[in-house]
Design a binder for this molecule. Sequence first.
Ligand SMILES: Nc1ncnc2c1ncn2[C@@H]1O[C@H](COP(=O)(O)OP(=O)(O)OP(=O)(O)O)[C@@H](O)[C@H]1O
Length: 300
Amino acid sequence: MHAGNTLTIDRISKRYGDVVALDDLSFEVRPGEIFGFVGSNGAGKTTTMRITLGVLSADSGEVRLGGRPVDLDVRRTIGYMPEERGLYPKMKVGAQLAYLAELHGLSRRDARSAVARWTERLGIDTRVDDTVDALSLGNQQRVQLAAALVHDPAVLVLDEPFSGLDPVAVDVMSEVLVEKADAGVPVIFSSHQLDLVQRLCHRVGIIAAGRMRAVGTVEELRGAGQTQLVVHAPSAHDGWADPIDGVRTLSHQDGRTVLALDPGADDQTVLAAALRTGPVHEFSLQRPSLTELFREVVAA
Ligand SMILES: Nc1ncnc2c1ncn2[C@@H]1O[C@H](COP(=O)(O)OP(=O)(O)OP(=O)(O)O)[C@@H](O)[C@H]1O
């Protein structure tokens, strides 16, 4: 258990020439939490993760782990899966993992047993004597995850760990992340697979153009988003709900109306108005999915 190891990203900014990659970005990942980091291509996720690791420096701002700025010693306690991967293609899987574990301070013997444990867990134990480039891409990715885990990291930073994995590997990866978080490790990963993020993450941060646009639990984000209401009131005429504050008609056909409700709009007022038109056969509230929310936030 690595109690108290909150990962804090504190007001980091980064430019590449004229391109502002990160603009005063702040958020934190708490111990035991899986944090999903989502955003469009080029939004700044990889840049944030590289700065977190210290492989890239920020123009301003600071990253801390457990209150301590990330220096070389702290960096050794981070398990990192870089987007560009970065294994040695010609080195054998087992030897490579053992080497990386020792680089992070494990004794030779501990390194060996960690390699045996993780390769078995990740289903690549029969491949330890193969070179990395002899493996399929998905299996290389499993090795990459093993590389992030062999030194029992105090925090996990994973750049698109799920991309290109088959469903079984997705399950294994998910289980491992949940297990590490349960052991008190803060876990952050980026992904474009929003259904997976919605299922797995305790909290989610949506980044757009280098700024954090929304952070919260999936439920909080969905609650803050635009709610839709489906009302089937056959006698109602088009526009019947428009006079109500914070309510807009999205569609109206055959007595079926889809309404958009701003946060704070009162659905009971809508129900009362619907009943005044005649019978109401259906009245259902639909919260946006993370994917819909993402589109809303990124388009805003
Ligand atoms: N080495 C670099 N030189 C110049 N510009 C860069 C460099 N690395 C990133 N950028 C720019 O910084 C911005 C953020 O890129 P970044 O790779 O962090 O995005 P991302 O959210 O990880 O995207 P993706 O989902 O496509 O991986 C982009 O505009 C990108 O073009």
